[in-house]
Design a protein. Structure first.
Lengths: 410, 410
């Protein structure tokens, strides 16, 4: 007997027929493995509908109350899936985040899981129940309801899998796995059978539609995560921390595993930054306090005692960012500030790129041949990211997919 | 400073505009009294919508899961009202039944309140918060979500008022008070300024649209209950346990206070029941076990050692009732069983009728003059009920309203 934790996304639960479909899938997983815990998202567009009602009763809905409101969507789904399971003869019980023991801090709207007390879940498993847990939510020490932020039902699933020492975690969604690139941009994109945690983390952080925190959690607790479709019976993609089992001895593995793209990026540059300790902090601390997430940061080497500092933010955060930057840079005597918007990040990702030179050069050459101008470059050990004009995103993804022969991925 | 507990029904919360209207009303109650706890029902027809989805995923939705599902409606309302209050500058916090400390037994769908632990509410009041509590729900000792049965948001309000020793409880709904009769049947029906608990309990149990358990609770804990409209600023009806303040010395008060009507009644008769101890119990115990609520019971005096036993049930319970009755009466050797359906109960209610003869005779005469046949009669100390054909209900209410001069009620 093994324990599987599953997660079903909102599009997989959008109507009563789909809910019954999910129940059948949970039931057959139970037949196969003996113990199943499933977390569910809110039905279809319910979360958006609730947000709309909230905006109609209040210009700025109170974060605590918004979390109470939004948490009801997942509660409805888990009750309905448990009902559907019972109606096909399975023992099942639904649990709210609170009942499932998902403790969080009190950052409403983006709470962090601070601990998991899975006694009730373990008790229900012992009673031969399938356990359906409301995703995306938890409870504070003071017993207030919190949500973990949009898309964080994945996180609930991986956290439960880690706490329950599950054999694996399965994320069911409306796509059938992780692709070498976004198939809507790159028609030749290939589905990956497997991918390592680190590579997936870079892909997720740089545009692939998965919650990066859940990948990180899977990596830390070494929980293999399967991403697959809830609509079809296809194998999906296994995200794991082990060695690649698919490579035959002597085979040369494609070292670029995927291309991530992210649109709606804005770039901010502060010119003539005085090159002394603490200047960067005095800029980025107020941004963090204003809850603005700064991404790529590039600072050139100082030549004349001053340097230019460039970083990117989401386009939607640009106004708030400029307010902070203008104020801080004025105080520091650096009044020359510029920004541009309508940009996108295009990244190639692969652990195999470590210690293997030539990938960056090949990437720049391919973009240049495609007449795509590079606005900015940044790298990690297993990723190279270029900032390009937003309208070039799909072209950039296509030429890179071609250049690194990702269409030959298997 | 005084503490008021309010309750707003679903029709008063059916859309964002109405939710903001409720928030304004709660806010002005807070301005007047200093401390407000408000319980709310689910928005408009949401509970029915959720029941419909449940019936689409399961033929017989599991009662525990149905309660989880239905409880989300009130949770949404209380979060939205708290948000709307905050957006007009009031400190407010929403609490689920669980957070509000409403403990129940585990009879899902019709749980009984077993205790109230209002520490959290008291804490929030101390913090100068208006407290919005999800009505209609509670939590078991095992921390499972329950609902108190349809219409039981009233009960939540009165129970909270009792536990918090509130100065009064205000039920806001889509009618502007308690009437001498159903105004849809009797156009001349008058709104009552006040009514005693006992009279209201009889009216509620015999057809007036209020939860009888909440009246009972108000009576036991002596919590005055105001019933009024959430759409208009009218005085409403005060239900209370004190002496009638409106009667001047020497005035002769109309002793019939109201007429209650209830349709969809069926009548069952077991003929030639052997007149020996235990026979009635052997019939009504299995009915109770089958969860069938038996109402009026009439047994004539025995003449020849056998008697006829007649009782009423809701029409919707008739099939189940006859299954039980046929089985039991066969075992007891009393195979002559009859039933009729399409009946209604019409009652006159008033504490003043106690020890004052002549009300029954006047009632029967009035019905007779109206050519309305009486199928069965039953009385309590402060109520006389006649069973009539369903199609005569409105006529019966009208002639009784006229006969007892209820149109002159003030």
């Amino acid at each position: 007997m093994s324990l599987v934790v599953q997660k079903y996304g909102g599009s997989s639960l959008a109507n009563p027929d789909l809910i019954r479909n999910v129940a059948r899938r949970v039931a057959s997983a139970h037949d196969r493995s003996g113990q199943v815990v499933a977390t569910v998202s809110a039905m279809g567009d319910l979360t958006d509908d609730l947000l709309k009602i909230a905006s109609q009763v209040s210009d700025r809905p109170d974060p605590r109350e918004l979390d109470v409101l939004l948490s009801t969507g997942e509660l409805q789904s888990c009750a309905l899936v448990a009902m559907a399971l019972r109606s096909i003869g399975k023992r099942a019980v639904s649990l709210s985040g609170a009942q499932a023991g998902i403790r969080t801090d009190s950052s409403y709207g983006k709470a962090k899981i601070s601990g998991l007390c899975p006694e009730r879940i373990e008790q229900e498993l012992k009673n031969n129940n399938i356990v359906i847990v409301a995703g995306f939510q938890g409870i504070t020490e003071k017993m207030d309801i919190t949500t973990l932020g949009r898309g964080a039902s994945d996180l609930t699933a991986v956290a439960l899998a880690a706490a329950l020492k599950a054999d694996r975690c399965e994320i069911y969604t409306d796509v059938d796995g992780i692709y070498t690139a976004d198939p809507r941009m790159v028609p030749k994109a290939q589905k990956l059978d497997e991918i390592g945690f680190e590579e997936m983390l870079e892909l997720a952080s740089y545009g692939a539609k998965m919650n990066p925190r859940s990948i990180e959690l899977g990596m830390v607790y070494n929980v293999p995560i399967l991403v697959a479709s809830s609509f079809e019976d296809l194998p999906g993609t296994l995200i794991h921390g082990g060695a690649d089992m698919n490579i035959e001895v002597g085979e040369i593995r494609n070292r670029v595993r995927g291309i991530a793209t992210e649109k709606e990026v804005a770039k901010v540059t502060v010119y003539s930054v005085v090159d002394r300790p603490g200047v960067a902090a005095s800029l980025f601390e107020p941004l963090a306090n204003a809850d603005i997430s700064v991404d790529v940061i590039v600072q050139n080497a100082s030549v004349s005692g001053t340097t230019d500092l460039t970083f990117t933010v989401k386009s939607s955060d640009l106004d708030a960012t400029m307010d902070v930057v203008r104020l801080v840079s004025k105080n520091l005597g650096m009044e020359d500030v510029g920004y541009s918007t309508g940009l996108a990040k295009v990244s190639i990702v692969g652990t195999g790129m470590q210690d293997s030179p030539g990938y960056a050069a090949k990437m720049f050459a391919a973009l240049s041949e495609g007449n795509i101008n590079i606005e900015m470059i940044t790298t990690s050990e297993i990723r190279i990211t270029c900032l390009v004009k937003e309208e070039s995103t799909a072209d950039a993804a296509k030429v890179l997919h071609e250049a690194f022969e990702l269409d030959k991925t298997k």
